[in-house]
Design a protein around this ligand. Structure first.
Ligand code: NAD
Length: 512
């Protein structure tokens, strides 16, 4: 632990050896099971967290409800001021929080810091937005009448997040929720509970400094049981869920049953088409970073390369060479390109997928495997691998959250686009080409069916300014920039009659 000054980092973020995983209304408490957080980087226990029991959750709801009654009456630009101060506090804590993200989740330090930067960026975005929650005005068909639309806060927003972006996803949701006047309850992944506590400690400070109710931001650490309680609670107006398609299907169905709102950000199966007119230098960098960055544990990780037959062999040979140069090891050491998977369970899924791929006829041109021995004690380090496959293989249709890259050959661009679209998921996609016709076809309505479609950029990583999310089994939700804030508010149409008559719409007469 001492190797990376992590003890000091934990102290700076207010994390002890034993923590209470419910933080609400300025108090910490918890009566559920104990969760132990181990770092996948070195397999060491970082700290323990007592999780939320069902009765703890009930208390949190009461606190959140009363905070909402107060918070909704604060003008949106003033709520923006809260978010501005939160962004500033994140700037102060960036190094510590980035390091904790890297240590607890296992991504590179650069990516850990990048996640915190993303939190800061969305705060900046939300501050400006807090003065721009505009509705339309429209002309009434009735004389002496005025019509307009306005947006009101929803109430309590529940945020359930995945392990792989342990802090940024929370910020995407809460920065928008707060300027919109909502209060939030966050259930982070039980695999990264300390990141949750660290974030909550930061916002608690800001709320205290501003004398605002601390129930504006609440934390409940726990597993699927407490997640399920939140999902089925009619007090939660909007459930923003980020995670696997398997769990998202359950969450989406349960929220819909009670006519709640949901934002679903689920699994991806992202492809880059490398055309005959691609800049191959750029294509190789984009593909390798997309496939092995975060050890293939991004929802936007590149899983498939669909390569034109005329450049197939060259791309393949260059990939093999590039993979030969990859350094695998502790992600806090900036020399390494690839860190560990989150846990042994993820390693098993990686091994199972390789086995399945071979069984279906996949030919591995870079072999996978587990790394053992010194510096790999956690048992979570695996070799990024590459297989030549058919798009129709069952395993290729499935998102394996690990660095396994599939190569597929194509002749005609239309076939490449059809293959790119022929998977259940629809998150991110890209084409590498310098040919305008190809690029425009890919972006057209006959092109990629994904929520994100890029030209000459890989599939992985996105800026906060755009709406982020995907179609089909990725869930259809959108988070972050553009006009996504509208998901976090309820829309109301208002008609005001300032005349001395009461004319009915559509000219309907009702004489008494
Ligand atoms: P997961 O589905 O296992 O868990 C996600 C969260 O759901 C966790 O907090 C978990 O405790 C909770 N949960 C589990 N069962 C639940 C239930 N029945 N009710 C309510 N909550 C429940 O996912 P993971 O392994 O943590 O994350 C990886 C997955 O997330 C991948 O599929 C990845 O593609 C996806 N992801 C998607 C996006 C996106 O924006 N589309 C972003 C990040 C991750």
């Amino acid at each position: 632990i001492n190797d990376f000054g992590i003890e000091k980092t934990l102290k700076n973020l207010g994390i002890s050896k034993e923590n209470k995983g419910v933080c609400s209304g300025g108090k910490s408490f918890a009566n559920g099971d104990l969760i132990e957080s181990y770092s996948p980087t070195d397999g060491k226990l970082i700290a323990k967290v007592k999780s939320a029991a069902s009765k703890d959750y009930d208390k949190v709801i009461e606190t959140a409800k009363s905070a909402f009654a107060e918070f909704r009456m604060i003008p949106a630009p003033k709520r923006g001021e809260l978010v501005r101060q939160f962004g500033n506090k994140l700037r102060e804590k960036k190094d510590d929080l980035g390091k904790l993200v890297s240590y607890e989740m296992g991504k590179s330090l650069q990516e850990g810091l990048g996640e915190v930067q993303e939190m800061i960026d969305i705060c900046d975005f939300a501050v400006g937005l807090s003065r721009q929650l505009h509705g339309f005005t429209m002309h009434s068909e009735r004389p002496g009448h005025r019509m307009y639309e306005q947006y009101h806060p929803l109430g309590i927003v529940g945020i359930i997040s995945a392990f792989n972006f342990p802090v940024a996803v929370w910020s995407w949701n809460n920065a928008l929720s707060w300027i919109c006047g909502n209060v939030t309850i966050w259930k982070p992944s039980e695999k990264t509970p300390l990141c949750g506590i660290a974030c909550q400690n930061i916002i608690s400070e800001v709320l205290k400094e501003n004398n605002l109710p601390e129930g504006i931001s609440n934390l409940i650490v726990g597993d699927h049981k407490i997640g399920d309680q939140l999902v089925n609670d009619k007090n939660i107006a909007l459930v923003s869920f980020t995670g696997s398609t398997r769990v998202g299907r359950i969450v989406g169905t349960n929220v819909a049953q009670r006519f709640g709102k949901s934002i679903l950000e689920l699994g991806g199966n992202n492809a880059i088409i490398i055309s005959k007119d691609a800049d191959l230098d750029m294509s190789i960098i984009g593909a390798v970073f997309g496939a092995v960055g975060t050890a293939g544990q991004r929802c936007t990780s590149t899983r498939r390369l669909i390569i034109h037959e005329s450049v197939y062999d060259e791309v393949k040979n260059r990939l093999v060479k590039a993979y030969g140069q990859l350094k695998i090891g502790n992600p806090l050491d900036e020399k390494n390109h690839v860190g560990p998977l989150i846990d042994q369970n993820a390693v098993q899924q990686y091994l199972d997928s390789i086995k399945k791929c071979k069984k279906e006829g996949g030919k591995f041109i870079v072999e996978g495997g587990i790394l053992e021995g010194k510096n790999f004690e956690s048992g979570c380090y695996v070799k990024p691998c590459i297989a030549e496959v058919k798009n129709s293989f069952e395993i290729v249709q499935h998102e394996t959250f690990a660095p396994i890259l599939y190569l597929i050959k194509y002749k005609k661009l239309e076939d490449a686009i059809a293959m790119q679209n022929d998977v259940p998921q629809g998150l991110s996609s890209a084409i590498m080409t310098q040919n305008l016709r190809e690029a425009e076809l890919f972006l057209s309505q006959a092109g990629s069916d994904c929520g994100i479609a890029n030209v000459n950029i890989g599939t992985s990583g996105a800026e906060i300014g755009g709406a982020f999310g995907g179609e089909k089994e990725t869930g259809g939700g959108r988070e972050s920039g553009s006009d996504v804030w509208k998901y976090y508010m309820r829309r109301q149409t208002n008609t005001i009659n300032y005349s001395t008559h009461l004319p009915l719409a559509q000219g309907i007469r009702f004489d008494l």
